[in-house]
Write a protein that binds this ligand. Structure first.
Ligand SMILES: *Cc1c(COP(=O)(O)O)cnc(C)c1O
Length: 348
């Protein structure tokens, strides 16, 4: 593949990634700052993200399942920890017992399985009000986890990106658990939770989206740098006559003669149809509106204002996450994790 480059690429700003991690770490005060790198590092590439964060001192990483963990195991050296958030199924046990990663046990069945196998150190997830994963906080959690060697006891905030009493309730429930359940460390906050203040940080935080340029709460917008900059190459430039329509289902009709560029990017790459007629791309200081429907592999933009855009030129896709989410109707999480395998991922 040495000489081959794809017609679409993600420019990834490594400095911005590290700056975001350092900022989140500072906000957490004395707490360690980990990193959620599940879903292939939110679409950026989990190995590249983990390598970079290791260099600046991040030591705690989180993935969802054992296939994700297997890819990263070579990077798990002394003092580095990799936790598997979905715990262990029966089918995972052989891999899990031989792995340098450890499970975050979430159910009584998983705890029984891990105990029966004498699995060793583990994490445990307690649900404090989200009703997603973990032991119910109202149960006898300390009895359920008796004799487990718990490295980190976790819970997860449901609505830390909003102003709601639920976050405070979860904080109080988790604080009570800390005094009842013995673990080496306690961890509650995701990106948005970190922004709620140092009380939420406990011993370790688990940011994901904000590392990658997502803005979890409006008030921190100025502190988070964009990391992901998609670019796509022009495949064809064409003249559209007044009255002609553009793309599937003819959703755009040219009011006057115009020029469009058809670029190598579509919904199969994660540029979903919510951007149809609403997204934009940029060359220099010129903004180029998306016209018509986004297709599977192609998108058209209006280049009437730029006579020199031609086949082979690269356009920057406007992908600042807050704005792109508003334009497309997608969440910042969907915008990142949907970015497909056809992009070259190029770090700077
Ligand atoms: C994904 C995840 C995180 C990271 O959440 P962000 O909102 O992306 O910061 C933290 N903890 C758990 C348990 C998660 O599943």
């Amino acid at each position: 593949m040495a000489d081959f480059s794809a017609p679409l690429r993600l420019r990834l700003d490594g400095d911005a990634l590290l700056a975001n991690w350092r900022w989140l770490k500072r906000l957490g005060g004395a707490a360690a700052c980990g990193a959620a790198i599940k879903a292939n590092g939110y679409g950026l590439g989990s190995t590249a993200v983990m390598r970079r964060l290791l260099e600046v001192g991040c030591r705690d990483f989180f993935v969802s399942n054992w296939a994700e963990a297997a890819v990263l195991e070579p990077l798990v050296g002394e003092g580095v920890s990799l936790s598997v958030l979905h715990g262990v199924r029966e089918e995972d046990m052989t891999v899990a017992l031989a792995s340098r990663a450890r499970p975050v046990l979430c159910t009584e069945g998983q705890i029984a399985r891990w105990r029966a196998a004498d699995g060793g150190p583990c994490d445990v997830m307690v649900d404090t009000g989200m009703n997603r994963l973990g032991l119910d906080w109202r149960g006898d959690v300390s009895a359920l986890v008796a004799r487990l060697d718990i490295v980190t006891l976790h819970s997860h905030l449901a609505s830390a990106d909003e102003d709601t009493p639920l976050s405070q309730d979860q904080l109080e429930r988790f604080s009570a658990l800390r005094s009842q359940v013995r673990a080496a460390r306690y961890s509650l906050a995701n990106s948005a939770g970190i922004c709620l203040g140092a009380a939420y940080a406990f011993d370790m935080t688990r940011p994901g989206i904000a590392l990658y340029g997502g803005v979890p709460r409006e008030e921190v917008a100025g502190h988070i740098r964009q990391v992901v900059f998609p670019e796509a190459q022009v495949l064809q430039r064409r003249r559209v006559r007044a009255g002609d329509t553009i793309g599937y289902n003819a959703t755009h009709r040219a009011a006057a003669e115009m020029e469009i560029a058809v670029v190598n990017l579509g919904y199969a790459d994660g540029y979903l149809r919510g951007f149809s007629g609403r997204g934009s791309m940029t060359v220099g200081d010129k903004s180029l509106p998306v016209v018509g429907r986004v297709s599977m592999d192609l998108t058209a933009v209006d280049v009437s204002a730029l006579s020199d855009i031609t086949e082979g030129d690269w356009l920057g896709v406007d992908y600042a996450l807050v704005e792109a989410a508003a334009v497309s109707g997608l969440s910042q999480y969907e915008l990142l994790t949907g970015l497909g395998a056809r992009f070259d991922r190029i770090w700077r």
